[in-house]
Design a protein around this ligand. Structure first.
Ligand SMILES: Cc1ncc(COP(=O)(O)O)c(C=O)c1O
Length: 412
C-alpha cells in the first residue's frame, strides 16, 4: 500500500498555504491536482519535441513515437486490447458531441436513444441533440431518489427492439453513485443496442476495464485523473472503423486518426502517458503496467474508502446537514468518494465560499450534473460537493468537518 506522505510529496500544489494554513483540495471531481512528473513531461515535450506528425525529420519522428506511446498507455488504463481503439481530443464533451453526430447518422426516425438522470449533462444533451437530428426519440432512465442511484427497473422499462443506444455514467460526479456497467451492457446488448459509458468521474477512483464491462464506447478525461486537459474516447475497433466521422479529406481514414480532428495537443497527450505511469507507480509490485494499474487501483479504493467513511460519518453528525446519495456504512463500495450535501440556512454558494475562505476547495451548484440535480429537485440552489482523492488525508477530512460544523452552527 502506498504511503500518503510519499504520494503528497509528488504533488507540489499540496504544499501550498492560504493564510498560514495548508490548502485542502476537495475539488478533485472538477479536476485533480497534478504530480511533478506529469508537468515535467509536458514541459519536456514542449521544449524538445515540438513538431507536427508524420514528417521526415527527427522531431516529427519523436512526436509520432510520443503519440504511439500515449495510445498504448491509454489502452492499458482502459483495459483495451487494441491501442488504435483509443482516440484523444480536447475534452470529453467535445469528443462526445463529435461522436454523437457520427453515430446519429446510423439512426432513423422511430429509433430510440436512452439517457439517464444520474448523468452529467455531457452524456445527456449530446444524445438528445443527436436523436433530434436523426428523428429518433429519447427515453430516460430514472434514479431512485432515496439514495440517488440508477434505477435498474427503470432501465429495463426503457429498453426495447427500437433502442439503438444507451448512454450512462459509470459514476455520478455529484453524489458518487457507481453503476453496474457489465449488467447494464448485458441488458443493452440483449435488445441489440449499443452502450456508451461516461467514465470521467470513475477514472481516478476505480479500475476501468472496457473488456470486462463489455461496453461499445467509453469516454474519460485526463485532468480528472492527475493529468492535463485531454479527453479520451474508446470504441470497439470495428465500429470505429465502420462509422463515418466528420473529418477533413487529407486527415487519416484509419483508426484512431480519423477520430482525432485537427492537430493534437502532443505535449499534454504525453502528459496523459505520464499520469498513467504515475498511477501505475503507486503499486508496490507488478510487472506489466496493466498489472500495476490493477494493484494501484485496489490500493486507491482502500485509501478512499477510509476517507469517505470518515467524511460521511462526520457529516451525519452535524445538525442541519442533509446528505444526498448512499450513506449506509455497509454500502460504501457502491459509491465513489464524492459527497453532495446542503446545510440548512445557507446557500451552497455561500457555504462553498465559507469553506474557500478557510482554504478548503469544494464546489457548489450543479457541476453540470443537471439531469441529476433536476431529478433531486435541488435546482437552482444546488448542493455543496466535496470529493476525496488518494492524496487527501484523514487530517484534512477532520479539519473540513470542523469548518462545516462551524458554518452550520453559525446559521442554525
Ligand atoms: C461525469 C462527468 N462527465 C463529463 C464531464 C465533462 O468532461 P470534460 O470537462 O472533459 O468535457 C465531467 C466534467 O466535470 C464529468 O464530471
Amino acid at each position: 500500500m502506498f504511503s500518503v506522505d510519499s504520494v503528497r510529496l509528488q504533488f507540489p500544489s499540496l504544499a501550498r498555504r492560504q493564510n498560514g494554513k495548508a490548502i485542502i483540495y476537495l475539488d478533485g471531481p472538477a479536476g485533480t491536482q497534478v504530480p511533478q512528473s506529469v508537468a515535467n513531461r509536458v514541459s519536456e515535450v514542449l521544449i524538445h519535441h515540438s513538431a507536427n506528425r508524420s514528417g521526415k525529420f527527427i522531431t516529427s519522428h519523436e512526436v509520432d513515437e510520443i503519440m504511439d506511446d500515449a495510445h498504448r498507455a491509454a489502452a492499458d488504463l482502459l483495459g483495451a486490447d487494441d491501442p488504435r481503439s483509443v482516440a484523444f481530443g480536447p475534452n470529453m464533451t467535445t469528443l462526445t458531441l463529435q461522436f454523437s453526430r457520427a453515430l446519429a447518422k446510423t439512426w432513423k426516425r422511430g429509433d430510440e436513444v436512452v439517457v439517464s438522470r444520474l448523468d452529467h449533462d455531457a452524456n445527456f444533451t449530446p444524445w438528445i441533440l443527436a436523436a433530434k437530428d436523426a428523428g429518433a426519440s429519447v427515453r430516460m432512465i430514472d434514479i431512485d431518489p432515496i439514495d440517488a442511484t440508477l434505477c435498474m427497473k427503470s432501465l429495463a422499462n426503457q429498453l426495447g427492439p427500437k433502442t439503438r443506444l444507451v448512454a450512462v455514467t459509470a459514476a455520478s460526479n455529484a453524489v458518487g453513485s457507481l453503476t453496474d456497467i457489465p449488467t447494464i451492457a448485458k441488458m443493452v446488448h440483449e435488445v441489440g443496442a449499443e452502450l456508451f459509458v461516461d467514465a470521467v468521474h470513475y477514472a481516478p477512483h476505480r479500475r476501468i476495464d472496457v473488456n470486462r464491462w463489455n461496453c461499445d464506447y467509453m469516454v474519460c478525461s485526463a485532468y480528472k485523473f492527475f493529468g492535463p486537459h485531454i479527453g479520451i474516447l474508446y470504441g470497439r475497433p470495428e465500429r470505429m472503423q465502420e462509422l463515418k466521422p466528420y473529418k477533413l479529406r487529407p486527415s487519416p481514414d484509419s483508426i484512431p486518426g480519423r477520430w482525432m480532428t485537427g492537430t493534437q495537443n502532443h505535449a499534454c497527450i504525453a502528459g496523459v502517458t505520464a499520469a498513467i505511469d504515475y498511477l501505475a507507480s503507486l503499486a508496490g509490485t507488478g510487472t506489466s503496467r496493466r498489472e500495476k494499474l490493477d494493484l494501484a487501483f485496489n490500493d486507491i479504493a482502500t485509501a478512499e474508502t477510509h476517507l469517505i467513511t470518515h467524511l460521511i460519518e462526520g457529516l451525519q453528525r452535524i445538525p442541519g446537514v442533509k446528505l444526498f446519495g448512499i450513506s449506509d456504512a455497509d454500502r460504501l463500495h457502491e459509491r465513489a468518494p464524492t459527497v453532495a450535501f446542503q446545510i440548512a440556512g445557507i446557500s451552497s454558494a455561500d457555504a462553498a465560499a465559507a469553506l474557500g475562505e478557510q482554504g478548503i476547495c469544494g464546489w457548489h451548484g450543479n457541476y453540470y450534473a443537471l439531469p441529476l440535480t433536476e431529478a433531486l429537485k435541488t435546482e437552482p440552489e444546488g448542493m455543496v460537493r466535496l470529493g476525496c482523492m488518494h492524496y487527501n488525508t484523514q487530517d484534512e477530512v477532520a479539519r473540513t468537518l470542523d469548518v462545516i460544523q462551524t458554518i452550520a452552527s453559525a446559521v442554525a
